[in-house]
Design a protein. Structure first.
Length: 329
């Protein structure tokens, strides 16, 4: 790896240019599909000279990158984007990565789980799964992983001792989230559409919301509700305590992600539109078309909530910041 330099001509502040010419899938699930792509000699896309970035996480002043060749990099956010260290423990792609007070936790396509110290030293390695790790969440001294082997695993930090294995799904684990703030339960989903809520300390299933025959792409736990988005664009919202379905929403077929706003609202990308729904009422309360007044067609790809009523919308080459707070009050 090599560090880049920020400057007055760089609007981002830091220049990680060595990665920019490499093919980088949008998500780790796409990374699994495209990981063995071989480019045709006549293709306009050349063989990358540096590894493609498959996943990233931020913690305090550190940006951790997981690359398609198994390399893990740590960059300083404050020190002019300097590379802190680069480590390649296994030669298969990093599909998930997280940084916390224990160090850098990363999962690979071979199902292995690693802990790297903040000084760049490899500290622990375990074989968490038999197939690629597709999703991961860390909370306090626990790391929860889901895999293409259909199983979930709970490991303890920092020694990566396996606390339990959980078998609730018949499809590849596609999404999981740990309930906040008490971190007593976990919501998980799979490629068959089954969404389950289970206890972290026992592995017991509390709610089984049933298979729907289409992949669940993303799940979230809110104050009083569980939310799941499916590959067809449908959204189901359940009441936490009873597990009863309270709202069913239909998004467009291109909707593949959402973000939680102020713990009360859900923001979705619908082609060129940012659409916000109230969780309590299940109704649309805000719409902004980012294609309005633009010559080029806009397709929203990713969303993130910044706080203070601001949603970041990525359209591939551009980022839009939409202020929605006044509309929600």
């Amino acid at each position: 790896g090599g560090g880049g330099e920020g400057g007055a001509g760089n609007p981002c502040g830091y220049d990680f240019v060595r990665h920019f010419n490499a093919f980088s899938p949008y998500t780790s699930s796409l990374a699994l599909e495209y990981g063995n792509t071989v480019w045709d000699e006549e293709s306009d896309v050349t063989e990358p000279t540096v590894p493609a970035v498959w996943c990233m996480d931020l913690w305090e002043n550190v940006a951790a990158l997981g690359c398609g060749n198994g390399q893990v990099e740590a960059w300083s956010i404050n020190n002019n984007g300097a590379l802190l260290f680069s480590l390649n423990m296994v030669s298969v792609g990093v599909t998930v990565i997280a940084v916390n007070s224990h160090g850098i936790v990363c999962g690979h396509m071979d199902g292995s789980l690693h802990l790297i110290g903040h000084n760049g030293h490899a500290m622990r390695r375990v074989q968490a799964h038999s197939r690629p790790i597709s999703c991961m969440r860390c909370v306090r001294d626990l790391v929860v992983t889901g895999s293409y082997d259909t199983r979930l695993a709970v490991h303890r930090l920092p020694d990566l001792v396996c606390v339990r294995k959980v078998s609730l799904h018949s499809g590849c684990i596609s999404s999981l989230v740990i309930e906040q703030p008490n971190a007593q339960g976990c919501l998980s989903a799979c490629s068959k559409g089954l969404v389950c809520y289970w206890e972290l300390n026992s592995g017991k299933c509390v709610h089984d919301f049933g298979e729907v025959g289409v992949a669940a792409l993303q799940v979230e736990s809110m104050d009083n509700h569980f939310v799941a988005l499916y590959a067809t664009g449908s959204v189901r919202i359940w009441q936490k305590t009873s597990g009863a379905l309270v709202h069913y929403l239909e998004m467009c077929g291109t909707c593949h992600c959402f973000t939680v706003v102020e713990r009360k609202f859900l923001a979705f990308p619908e082609e060129s539109r940012l659409v916000v729904y109230s969780v309590e009422r299940g109704v649309r309360c805000f719409v902004r078309d980012l294609n309005s007044g633009s010559r080029d067609a806009v397709l929203l790809r990713h969303l993130a909530y910044l706080g203070d009523g601001k949603v970041v919308c990525a359209t591939g080459r551009l980022l839009h910041i939409v202020q929605i707070k006044a509309k929600l009050e």
